[in-house]
Ligand binder design. Structure first.
Ligand code: F6R
Length: 366
């Protein structure tokens, strides 16, 4: 049932070209620059007039929410807040009937996310779900929603569900942009055409596996790891750190690269590996100066770079190339090497990758 892979996690990492494709199938029409999300159709007016969107989720799904914030604000121009469901539900949050709440959950059973939905519903918000498990509890609590079509995720560490959630959030961002007219049809043609090619780019990113095994060999005895990224690369850094800590038990933290100098830089020495998302996009030059700061303190730099990059390659200890894509799609591709890196490190450390200690696949208690 692991399809020839040693672990479900690895199988699920490799399924991503397929699960991303399945999550957009029948929903995008690149040639016409159009999208169709039947779950949202009935609420088109609501989305058009929404004052803001609040995303609630936990863990990896919360990281997907942060990517969603970036995409929805960029393309649909609606203010977005991303909340930990556990905090939101106990904070007496200000919610009105003009608010839209998007709840993200792979399992559809997370207790805190369910409680957040119930609270927002009581206060009159319209609730959308992004879930993976059909027939689970959360889709029954929401007004409408869009399923991710990642297929069953068995490994406790979420991988293909995350990229499927990001895919659906990308669709929602473009869909709202379409109905609000914040992006031209011409631009949507361009964006959707590129989105359609993402599964192929993910396939290419997976080819770095052998190199990643070598890097994992170097990092496997580390006690700490720092992950840095900017823009849509920041949630990728958070997700990379979470994957590493949950399956390999190495302490890891994700930070926006520019925040490094406000504290974490104090930790950097020859024992501190720093994994940096340094792809060629708007913050490239700034990330380069962060890398220089790390190198000046003898930190070990592992950089995720755009294919053909030379500048970062000259500075970093290791570079992992990923194919070029618009900044909007960066998280879908840059996450892949980080999943593989945690996987291999955990295997080398003898950890139970599919069932890490103290963790459960569905967190049905608060
Ligand atoms: C991390 C992980 C957890 C879940 C979180 C939410 O790999 O799996 O952080 O993302 O427990 O679970 P769902 O998405 O099922 O609500």
């Amino acid at each position: 049932e692991k399809g020839g892979y040693d672990h479900f996690m690895l199988k699920e990492i490799y399924e991503q070209p397929r699960s991303i494709k399945d999550s957009m199938r029948g929903r995008i029409y690149p040639n016409e620059g159009k999208l169709q999300l039947s779950g949202l159709k009935q609420y088109e007016e609501k989305f058009k007039n929404a004052d803001r969107i609040i995303i609630v989720a936990c863990g990896t799904s919360w990281h997907a929410g942060l990517v969603g914030e970036y995409l929805i604000e960029e393309f649909a121009r609606v203010p977005v807040e991303v909340e930990y469901a556990s905090e939101f539900r106990y904070r007496n949050p200000i919610i009105s009937e003009k608010d839209i709440v998007i709840a993200i959950s792979q399992s559809g059973e997370t207790a805190d996310t369910m409680a957040a939905i119930e609270l927002a519903k009581e206060r009159g918000a319209t609730i959308f779900g992004i879930c993976n498990v059909v027939g689970s509890s959360i889709p029954r609590l929401t007004h409408a929603g869009v399923y991710t079509h990642a297929g069953p995720e068995i490994g406790v560490a979420s991988t293909k569900a995350f990229t499927a959630q990001v895919t659906v959030l990308t669709l929602i961002a473009f869909y709202v942009a379409q109905i609000k007219g914040t992006v031209t049809t011409g631009k949507l043609v361009e964006l959707l055409t590129e989105l359609e090619s993402i599964p192929t780019l993910v396939e290419k990113a997976l080819k770095a596996n052998d190199l990643i095994v070598k890097i994992a060999e170097e990092l496997k005895d580390s006690r700490n790891c720092l992950f840095l990224g900017r823009g849509s690369g920041f949630p990728v850094a958070l997700e990379g750190a979470l994957k590493l800590k949950e399956i390999s038990y190495i302490h890891a933290e994700g930070y926006p690269a520019a925040e490094m100098k406000h504290g974490p830089i104090a930790l950097i020495d020859a024992e501190m590996p720093v994994i940096v998302i340094a792809t060629k996009n708007s913050s490239y030059e700034k990330v380069i100066s962060n890398i220089q700061e790390v190198k000046a303190r003898k930190g070990i730099v592992i950089a995720i770079v755009t294919e053909g990059d030379t500048d970062v390659k000259n500075m970093a200890d290791y570079t992992i190339e990923i194919p070029h894509a618009d900044e909007a799609f960066l998280p879908l591709i840059a996450t892949i090497p980080l999943q593989l890196l945690s996987y291999h490190i955990a295997v080398m450390r003898g950890c139970n990758v599919d069932q890490p200690r103290n963790l459960a696949k569905s967190v049905t208690v608060e």
